[in-house]
Design a protein around this ligand. Structure first.
Ligand code: SF4
Ligand code: SF4
Length: 167
């Protein structure tokens, strides 16, 4: 009985101690954390730039259609297929061949980004990819070229006194 009373007071005390603190719970998906930069890789320096590894961003003006991203993915998940997009004409990509990513297969390893020698591929903070349709998980080059929507309210975490909170 003594244990029950002590335990109850301990639980109550633990709850009361949180009252002066700002809340941690966010109303996902309406509110999201402000993620870091896109994950990118500098092939000249051989250095990766830290960032969130969500869905890709494809910079159409840089992609040459070299297929190295697709080759890098071949032994991982075969999520990249090179597709011809006749409507997208770029001087550096004579065949209009661009990567398409299937997020039903992608494991977000980032090896394709590391393999791109032309700074054409990165990974964004967009992790909202849940869908009941496999087709919706297939991102065409044009879809990959659109930066993630910035309409949701984003909050930045602050670390103070070894405790994290947001406004
Ligand atoms: S992140 Fe990994 S699994 Fe996804 S497309 Fe790139 S190489 Fe393939
Ligand atoms: S994204 Fe990069 S690696 Fe992939 S085809 Fe385009 S230029 Fe080549």
């Amino acid at each position: 009985m003594a244990n029950v009373i002590t335990g109850s007071f301990q639980a109550l005390w633990a709850a009361l101690r949180q009252l002066p603190h700002k809340r941690m719970t966010m109303q996902y998906p309406d509110v999201q954390t402000q993620m870091a930069n896109y994950y990118t890789y500098d092939p000249k320096l051989g250095v990766a730039k830290a960032g969130y590894k969500g869905r890709h961003i494809l910079w159409l003006d840089k992609c040459t259609g070299c297929q190295l991203c697709s080759i890098a993915c071949e032994n991982i998940s075969q999520a990249i297929e090179m597709v011809k997009v006749p409507t997208v004409v770029r001087p550096q990509n004579k065949k209009s061949l661009f990567p398409q990513v299937d997020y039903a297969k992608c494991v977000f390893c980032g090896f394709c980004v590391d393999a791109c020698p032309f700074y054409a591929l990165g990974m964004t903070e967009d992790f909202n990819l849940v869908s009941t349709s496999k087709k919706a998980l297939l991102y065409s080059p044009e879809k990959l070229a659109v930066p993630p929507s910035d309409t949701r309210k984003k909050v930045e975490f602050k670390i103070e006194k070894e405790e994290a909170f947001h406004d």
